[in-house]
Design a protein. Sequence first.
Length: 184
Amino acid sequence: MRATGIVRRIDELGRVVIPKEIRRTLRIREGDPLEIYTDRDGEVILKKYSPIGEMSAFAKDYTESIFRAMGHIACIVDRDQVVAASGVSKKELSDKPISPDMEVAIANRQTLAINRSVGGKIVAVTNEEDITGYTAQVVSPIIADGEAIGAVLLLSKEQGAKMGDAELKVAETAAGIVGRQMEQ
């Protein structure tokens, strides 16, 4: 654990303010849920809660099934990071923070089918990846309880690959299933 040198007092209602610099660094936004842990040494630990992250094993199985059926890279992301990815090496996408452009795509709540061969602009999944290798992409937001909480992604690196109606339907169906799973 790192010391920040920042001290805050608890108010009469038991609240404490998390400094803006820390919220910005950890990408904690107003309304984001936090899990509270304690340990034997009397430490209180706040951890950003990801409902999709709680189902990471399910998400991994789901992306693996999509990858096998469609032959495209499949990912499930929450609003902060890649939760599961199949069809690429684990270090390429898994557990990496999503890009600001992907955050916007999720917030817009629209399914996108992007094909570079017809002039489409691929949305970067993470800030660290090289998107020039991708030729086609589908982004379908996951909606749970009326809120956009993540997305199902299909990506292709094959030359001339195009995402069509089948890929759109698979991504939308997967996003719908994950969304309903989150509501239960």
